[in-house]
Design a protein around this ligand. Structure first.
Ligand code: NAD
Length: 300
């Protein structure tokens, strides 16, 4: 909106919060429902939609293991609805929210050409989503970009706290709110401080990557292009935990627990492709991320 776009949101508001959309037109629609494509087509026509960023997905890994059918019907069914409506209205640009989860247990610095081997239905639904987008692009005039986000954190504005306790920063906040020490799962990995290393990327940087992708799509030569969205720099779980504790006056000490099954030691994005092809690179540091997350926590 700040640069003059007129976004329209379609969401079923199951995890989304309509109160955060002040001034943005929005429609309440479960994209996986049988009648959704027709509704979405009508919305796209009346709102004169020119391009789509498809964020909507269920994203709880443990839940996806329990309910694989539902995850596929939600995430793939929802995406199919969006692509169907786009083709009916002749909208030709889509940015798809993919995830580093497509790399499965990859360890180290991961480039886009690394093998994809997701280890849970959530990650599989993201990889299948990329395939579907690519297949539709091959069969039509669609141009598509899948952005594989690494560990998104921070908040764009102080009143936009990440309230879902699924990622490390909200998990640390939840422990502090309960006056308990933040948990660290394993401190005997082969990493500099023994705790897992991840690529934490500021949500504002992630947002910017979408704008850059949208701008590139109309003249993109490839039908479908995949890009990592990370910083290219790893930070350890202990660095994040201690960074948050330092921002608090009375945080209890961290508690080290045994390793969790399936946590690779280190996963960091190779970000050269998006830099070279789209001219995007992350601007914010881990301190910026923690400052933003901390100020939004005070407001949550
Ligand atoms: N947050 C991360 O660290 C991360 C990392 C990798 C990928 N992603 C992907 O980014 C996207 C956005 O994630 P988020 O963290 O903002 O999660 P979120 O839960 O805040 O956003 C997902 C939105 O999609 C909506 N939604 C889900 N299924 C829907 C359906 N069937 N019909 C209509 N609306 C539906 C939800 O109500 C919610 O508003 C997702 O596709 C997710 O898989 C997120």
């Amino acid at each position: 909106m700040q640069r003059g776009d007129a976004p329209v949101v379609v969401d079923d508001f199951v995890t989304g919060d309509r109160a955060r959309l002040a001034g943005v037109p929005s429609y309440d629609l479960d994209l996986s429902s049988a009648e959704a494509a027709g509704h979405l087509e009508a919305i796209m026509r009346s709102e004169r939609i020119e391009a789509v960023i498809h964020f909507a997905a269920r994203k709880q890994v443990a839940e996806s293991v329990q309910k694989p059918l539902w995850y596929f019907s939600q995430n793939i069914g929802g995406l199919a609805t969006v692509l169907d409506a786009m083709s009916r209205v002749n909208v030709r640009s889509i940015v798809f929210s993919s995830s580093a989860a497509v790399y499965g247990d990859a360890d180290g610095v991961v480039g886009e050409d690394a093998p994809t081997d997701p280890v849970n239905p959530y990650g599989q639904s993201k990889l299948a989503g990329e395939w579907l987008v690519a297949d539709v692009a091959r069969a039509s005039e669609l141009r598509a970009i899948s952005l594989r986000y690494f560990n998104v954190a921070g908040s764009g504005w102080p009143d936009l706290a990440d309230r879902a306790v699924l990622n490390l920063v909200p998990m640390v906040f939840e422990r502090l709110d309960a006056d308990e020490g933040p948990e660290i799962f394993g401190d005997d990995y082969g990493t500099p401080d023994g705790t897992c290393v991840r690529d934490f990327v500021h949500v504002l940087d992630v947002a910017e990557a979408h704008l850059v992708a949208l701008a590139a799509l109309p003249s993109q030569h490839a039908l479908h292009r995949v890009y990592n969205v990370g910083t290219g720099t790893g930070a350890s779980v202990r660095e994040v935990v201690e960074g948050i504790r330092r921002r608090s006056s009375d945080a209890p000490d961290a508690v080290v627990r045994p390793r969790r099954v399936g946590d690779p030691a280190s996963v960091v994005a190779d970000v050269r492709r998006i830099d070279e092809e789209l001219g995007w690179r992350a601007r914010f540091t881990l301190d910026d991320i923690l400052d933003a997350a901390w100020s939004s926590r005070r407001r949550a």
